[in-house]
Ligand binder design. Structure first.
Ligand code: S3P
Ligand code: PEP
Length: 413
């Protein structure tokens, strides 16, 4: 599906209200924990493709489980199956077969799991013969993806000796690991996280518990970007968000203060307002080691506002749905004249003085939802054409409907 997006410039009459689905990261964790503790009830589960893929895999009796593009789900289900009494082959999309999983497989094997690589060493698909793991101590590299660590922790209450997980190297995406330990603690599990060591005690029951998933902060990012590019005073209400969140992308509140968006928490969620008297800075720098999923969003906002930008801490972006640093480089340079420099873990953009914006901005998505989601708000600056626009369903299937509600004209071309 190829979409053309154009925002109408009419005056805002009232504050639009947007209801974003539940966090996919929280949902995926809770679905795994529900396998261990069936008396856990989950409300406001994410409707994303990724969460649906995980749900289908958990309900399936097939020998082959296809998890599509869902990286987190791939890592989580590997640990779950390895510690179960089932035998399964877990596979995914072509891109999934290029996304590493060796660090998790090594740790599981060290604890006694039986896992074989079906195609390439270190990558899915995996043939898993589940067995009872006893747990103990293991050390894992924490610098490649926090998902490997979360995967092992979520199933650790199953291990009769519990788990002592030692993190080696510099931890990446820390808030996601804290979300894992935080949710486990919320269920009453005995989990401690001190320095570089996480300990989980064996536990086979929890008391009845209902958890309401908070809406997805990662998806809220696109609304921050949208509001940042609107006239001063423009506002949007996003429902079901709270001040004390388990999601690291709650940091959007502070990040977007620097980009001219003020956040107000109210009874139903948050109101984002484009600040009056805001002068976009000439240059901004962000370290996104803890918020990797916001890189494309911030990049697009700075393209729109003409702010020179450097982002650091992006090494995990190379192994996500696409090589996101490369994708930003290629697509970003089409929007307005600029110099873009990239390294293994940084991207820097400097605009030519008086650079003008292209009349038709073409966004290739490279099978990455966040390419379409992040660049779409630029339709308030020029005509945006998004190739393979339906990628958004990976995390935010209602996105175009929500954009239409704020008067974006969307045409299939
Ligand atoms: O655990 C999670 O839910 C996630 C962890 C992060 O991955 P990395 O730890 O690989 O950066 C993040 O990018 C991903 O979208 C979701
Ligand atoms: C990286 C992401 O997801 P995953 O790794 O779960 O595929 C994402 O949603 O941006």
């Amino acid at each position: 599906m190829r979409l053309q997006l154009q925002a109408s410039s009419s005056q805002q009459e009232q504050t639009p209200i947007i209801n974003i689905t539940g966090s996919k990261s929280e949902s995926n964790r809770l679905l795994i924990l529900q396998q261990l503790f069936p008396n856990l009830q989950i409300k406001n589960l994410s409707t994303s493709d990724d969460t649906q893929h995980l749900q289908e895999a958990l309900e399936s009796t097939n020998e082959i489980l296809d998890i599509g593009h869902a990286g987190t789900a791939m890592r989580f289900i590997t640990a779950l199956m390895a510690s179960s009494d089932l035998q399964r082959t877990v596979t995914g999309s072509d891109r999934m077969k290029q996304r590493p999983i060796g660090i998790l497989v090594d740790a599981l094997r060290y604890l006694g799991a039986q896992i074989d690589y079906v195609e390439n060493e270190g990558f899915p698909p995996l043939k898993i013969k589940g067995n009872q793991l006893h747990g103990g101590e293991v050390t894992m590299d924490a610098g490649v993806s926090s998902q490997f660590l979360s995967a092992l922790l979520l199933v650790a209450p199953r291990f009769e000796n519990g788990l002592t997980l030692r993190l080696s190297g510099k931890l990446t995406s820390r808030p996601y690991l804290e979300m894992t330990t935080g949710l486990m603690q919320l269920l009453g599990l005995d989990v401690t996280f001190e320095g570089q060591v996480i300990k989980v005690k064996h536990q086979s029951h929890i008391t009845d518990r209902e958890i309401v998933v908070e809406s997805d902060w990662s998806s809220a990012g696109y609304w921050y970007s949208w509001v940042a590019m609107q006239p001063a005073g423009y506002s949007v209400q996003l429902n079901s968000y709270k001040d004390s969140s388990l999601q690291g992308d709650r940091a959007l509140v502070e990040i977007y203060e620097k980009l001219g968006v003020q956040t107000t928490f109210n009874l139903t969620g948050i109101v984002l307002t484009c600040m009056t008297d805001f002068e976009p800075p000439h240059y901004l720098e962000f370290d996104l080691t803890s918020q990797p999923d916001q890189a494309q969003t911030i990049f697009a906002t700075c393209l729109g506002l003409g702010i020179n930008l450097k982002m650091k801490g992006l090494h995990t972006l190379r192994i996500k749905e696409t090589d996101r640093i490369k994708a930003m480089d290629v697509v970003g340079s089409r929007f307005r004249e600029s110099k873009i420099l990239t390294t293994t873990d940084t991207i820097e953009i400097t605009f030519s003085p008086d650079s003008s914006i292209t009349q038709e901005f073409i966004v290739d998505t490279y099978q990455d939802h966040r390419m379409a989601l992040a660049f779409a708000p630029l339709c308030c600056k020029t005509t945006v054409i998004i190739n393979d626009a339906d990628v958004v369903t990976k995390s935010y299937g209602e996105y175009y409907k929500d954009l239409a509600a704020v008067k974006v004209d969307i045409t299939e071309i």
